[in-house]
Design a protein around this ligand. Structure first.
Ligand code: CUA
Length: 337
C-alpha cells in the first residue's frame, strides 16, 4: 500500500473513531451510579464499548477507503482479478478478536466474582414479590417488614428474592442490577450502596395487569439514620397503641399501593375503598371485625362486587404475625368508622 493510501485510511479511521467516541461520551446514557457493583458493571460496559469504537473506526475506514479507491467505472463489466487470499490478514483477523473476546471474558469474570462475594458484615434482606407489590423483610431485625427497600450506605446488602405467584424481576437502574424473581427459586444479588438518596425499584418482567404499577423505592441512608429507622419501625409495629401499630403494619405491608384509606393518606384504586368497610361488611352480611380479618387472611372468601378474585394476595394471613394482624384489624375498623 502506498503512503498516501495509508494516510487516507488513517484519516478516515480517526474521524470515524472520533464521531463514535463523541456519541459515546457526550451523551449521559446512564443514570447515576449508586453502588460499588454499579461502578464495576459500568467499567465492563465502557471496556467493551471502547473496544467496539476502535473496531468500528478500523472497519469504517477500510470500507470508505475501498468504496472510493476501488470503485469500478460505470462501463466496466469485467470480472475482478482472481485473488487467493492473504494469509497474514487472516491470521490477524483471527488473533485480534480472540485476544479481545478473551480479555472481555476475563474482565467480566473478575467483576462477577467480586460482585458475588458476600462481606462478613453483610445485611440480609428477604425480598418478596407478588402481584403487584414488593415487600422487604429484615430477618436481623426480628423479621421487620417494609414496603420500601431501606439500605445503610456503605454496607453490603444481600437481597434474597422470592415470588409468591408469577415471575417478576427486580431492577434498580442506579444499582445497575436486575434479577429475575421466580416462584420456587431463591435468587440473590448483592448491593453495596455508595450514595445516600432515593432510587426507583422497578418490576422488569411483564407479570400481569398491574405490572406497570409494581414499583417501590430504594432509600439509601447513612448507617446512623438506618439504625434509627430500624428501631423506630420495630417500636411502631410493637406499640401497645393499636392505632400506631396498625398504621405501621398497614404502611409496611404496602396496603396503600392498592387501597384508599384517608387515615393513612392512601389513595390506591386497585382494591376496594377501606374507608367504606362498614358498608361492605353489611353487604357481605358479616360482623365488621370478622369481615375485616377474613378479608385480609382469606381474601377470596368474599370479594366486593365489581372487583376480580385473586388480585389481593392470599398470603398476608401467614406473612403478618398475629399481634400485628390484631393491630391492623382494629386500626382499619377505627379508621373507617
Ligand atoms: Cu411484577 Cu411486573
Amino acid at each position: 500500500m502506498r503512503r498516501g493510501s495509508i494516510a487516507s485510511l488513517l484519516g478516515i479511521g480517526v474521524v470515524a473513531g472520533g464521531v463514535a467516541a463523541a456519541v459515546a461520551l457526550a451523551i449521559p446514557w446512564m443514570p447515576i451510579s449508586a453502588s460499588k457493583e454499579a461502578g464495576r458493571i459500568d467499567f465492563v460496559f465502557w471496556f467493551v464499548v471502547t473496544i467496539c469504537i476502535v473496531i468500528f473506526a478500523v472497519v469504517a475506514a477500510a470500507i470508505l477507503y475501498s468504496v472510493v479507491r476501488f470503485r469500478a467505472a460505470p462501463d466496466d463489466d469485467s470480472d475482478g482479478p482472481p485473488i487467493h487470499g492473504h494469509t497474514g490478514l487472516e491470521i490477524a483477523w483471527t488473533l485480534i478478536p480472540t485476544v479481545l473476546v478473551t480479555a472481555i471474558g476475563i474482565v467480566s469474570a473478575i467483576v462477577l466474582s467480586r460482585d458475588d462475594a458476600i462481606a462478613k458484615n453483610a445485611l440480609h434482606i428477604q425480598v418478596i414479590a407478588q402481584q403487584f407489590t414488593w415487600t422487604f423483610k429484615y430477618p436481623d431485625a426480628h423479621g421487620l417488614t417494609s414496603a420500601t427497600l431501606v439500605l445503610p450506605n456503605g454496607r453490603e446488602a444481600v437481597l434474597d428474592f422470592q415470588s409468591r405467584d408469577v415471575i417478576h424481576a427486580f431492577f434498580v437502574p442506579e444499582f445497575r442490577e436486575n434479577m429475575d424473581v421466580v416462584p420456587g427459586l431463591t435468587t440473590t444479588i448483592n448491593v453495596t450502596p455508595t450514595r445516600v438518596g432515593t432510587y426507583p425499584v422497578i418490576c422488569n418482567e411483564l407479570c400481569g395487569l398491574g405490572h406497570a404499577t409494581m414499583r417501590s423505592t430504594a432509600q439509601v441512608m447513612t448507617p446512623t439514620a438506618f439504625d434509627k429507622w430500624l428501631k423506630g419501625q420495630s417500636k411502631a409495629v410493637a406499640s401497645p397503641n393499636p392505632a400506631t401499630a396498625g398504621a405501621a403494619v398497614f404502611k409496611n405491608n404496602g396496603c396503600a399501593a392498592c387501597h384508599t384509606l384517608a387515615a393513612a393518606s392512601a389513595t390506591g384504586k386497585v382494591g376496594p375503598d377501606l374507608d367504606k368497610l362498614p358498608a361492605e361488611a353489611q353487604q357481605a352480611k358479616q360482623p365488621l371485625a370478622a369481615f375485616v380479618r377474613t378479608s385480609i387472611t382469606d381474601p377470596n372468601a368474599y370479594v366486593a362486587p365489581g372487583y376480580p378474585k385473586n388480585v389481593m394476595p392470599a398470603t398476608f394471613g401467614k406473612a403478618i404475625p398475629t399481634h400485628q394482624l390484631d393491630a391492623l384489624v382494629s386500626y382499619l375498623i377505627n379508621s373507617s368508622k
